[in-house]
Design a protein. Structure first.
Length: 256
């Protein structure tokens, strides 16, 4: 079995977990996921596919270089974008890649990122669709949020999905890396949803579930006087503790 086959199997399993209605991360055809196949290509959900029962035929393999060429184009019409994505697909038949393929391509090009999940959890969007979304997700509020979701979430103001969103996310991620010397684990998008990304599918699932829990905790804390984030010293302590780093590695392998 090739690395690509192994990653596709993990991607299917991860996607079905994200699509489970009990988790309330998305409904119907919402959300999209991806994984690196090799240095030249990646898998991304086909447009209109449902993550709940997705199988290998619900993903398309896309050329990294051809998507990069589209991203580098200064101006493209909607028709040119659609045709460009069709041309970038590899043996996909009539399937079309998700409109967020550009976003996934940008993130999968980051060091250490092999899996990406974009979801619309109700609890997260309750914050993202509020009048003060950036304030609502400021800081970290308990240790496990630091362990699973990193020191902070990257923040993206509302941007039109597709190519414009991919460019905006790339800018935000670059700024995050300059601040923390690593890519974000979580990206929050105003009036849209969230992204989790990591080297393994287990890390992506852990980050997504913990981000949703944190959103619920923030909603509850707001009703009891307001959110009290960890101080900088408290955050740094959790973020650099060897035992917490070990636990993070265990979570990446599916442990607890």
């Amino acid at each position: 079995m090739t690395v690509g086959d192994t990653r596709l199997t993990a991607l299917i399993r991860m996607s079905r977990t994200l699509g489970n209605p009990d988790n309330d991360y998305l409904i119907l055809g919402e959300g999209n996921t991806s994984a690196g196949a090799d240095d030249e290509s990646f898998f991304v959900k086909a447009s209109g596919a449902s993550l709940l029962d997705i199988a290998s035929d619900g993903f398309v393999c896309v050329s990294r270089s051809q998507v990069r060429d589209l991203l580098a184009s200064a101006t493209l019409t909607d028709g040119q974008i659609a045709q460009g994505l069709r041309d970038a697909t590899i043996d996909a038949g009539d399937l079309r890649p998700s409109v967020e393929t550009f976003l996934h391509a940008q993130l999968l090009d980051l060091p250490g990122i092999e899996f990406v999940a974009h979801t619309h959890p109700t609890a997260v969007n309750a914050l993202m669709c509020s009048r003060r979304p950036k304030e609502a997700i400021r800081g970290r509020i308990f240790p496990d949020e630091v362990v699973c979701c990193g020191p902070e979430s990257a923040w993206v103001p509302y941007t039109d999905p597709g190519l414009p969103l991919a460019h905006r996310v790339a800018e935000v991620v670059e700024q995050f890396i300059e601040r923390w010397n690593e890519p974000p684990k979580i990206i929050m998008m105003q009036n849209h949803g969230m992204i989790a990304m990591a080297e393994t599918s287990g890390e992506v699932l852990a980050a997504t579930s913990m981000a949703v829990k944190a959103a619920r905790v923030r909603l509850g804390a707001a009703a009891w006087g307001g959110i009290r984030p960890l101080t900088d010293d408290e955050l740094d302590r959790i973020y650099t503790r060897p035992d917490e780093q070990y636990r993070q590695e265990r979570l990446a392998r599916g442990g607890d």
